[in-house]
Design a protein around this ligand. Structure first.
Ligand code: COA
Length: 184
């Protein structure tokens, strides 16, 4: 398995991984739409140059790391375009999507970039998370980005263990979620 830059042909696989990295997705259609709109589509559509995939022997994506290098750029596009992808009556989902980026906004001075990483269950704990993160950090460092952060659900022990082992420092515990960051 190798890591390579994201290509347009990976889009369906990346969206599948986004929904199924914690096991088979049982969300409703609108629930899946929420997850993909909030945590996936902006990155692969607007900043594909900051996205990488882990692929199997058939060059099929089985994991990814996706990123925005600049929170302000992300916010402008997300609030202008992506939030409109929710239906008018989905005001709670709109609110939830916007609220999910408060930690990134609060810390964007030190950590202008933020990422999402997901690997299909059968490929987890094989070192791919480290490889993907190494690739992204080198890429961002070469671009002069000073730090990258992420948030995860407070009870996500596997992800928290992974980030801490990799060298991310806890920025803040926000009750439901925790923010981690690394200086580049
Ligand atoms: C979190 C994730 C990206 C880590 O990638 P990975 O390829 O599995 O991690 P690596 O093999 O590079 O590193 C393994 C280390 O991560 C931690 N880790 C990964 N999965 C773990 C698990 N299920 N339980 C406990 N620790 C785990 C451990 O520290 C582990 O080291 P060890 O095996 O020596 O104990 C991946 O497991 C994943 O996609 N999980 C489901 C989706 C998810 O939670 N994504 C993050 C959302 S914020």
């Amino acid at each position: 398995m190798t890591v390579r830059p994201y290509l347009p042909k990976d889009k369906d696989d990346v969206r599948y991984i986004c929904l199924n990295s914690d096991g088979e997705c049982d969300l409703s259609k609108r629930g899946r739409h929420f997850i993909l709109t909030t945590y996936c589509d902006y990155f692969i559509e607007k900043e594909s140059e900051n996205c990488f995939v882990a692929v199997d022997e058939n060059d099929k994506a089985i994991g990814y790391i996706i990123c925005t290098e600049n929170f302000d750029k992300f916010k402008k596009s997300f609030t202008g375009e992506y939030i409109q992808r929710f239906r008018k009556y989905e005001f709670l989902r709109r609110k939830h999507a916007l609220k999910s980026f408060v930690p990134q906004e609060n810390n964007s001075k030190d950590y202008p970039a933020h990422l999402h990483i997901d690997i299909l269950p059968e490929y987890q704990r094989m070192g791919l998370g480290h490889k993907l993160t190494d690739t992204l950090c080198t890429h961002l460092r070469n671009k002069g980005v000073k730090g990258v952060m992420l948030t995860t659900w407070v009870g996500n022990k596997a992800a928290r263990g992974f980030y801490e082992k990799y060298g991310f420092k806890l920025i803040k515990d926000y009750k439901n979620c925790v923010a981690y960051g690394i200086n580049l």
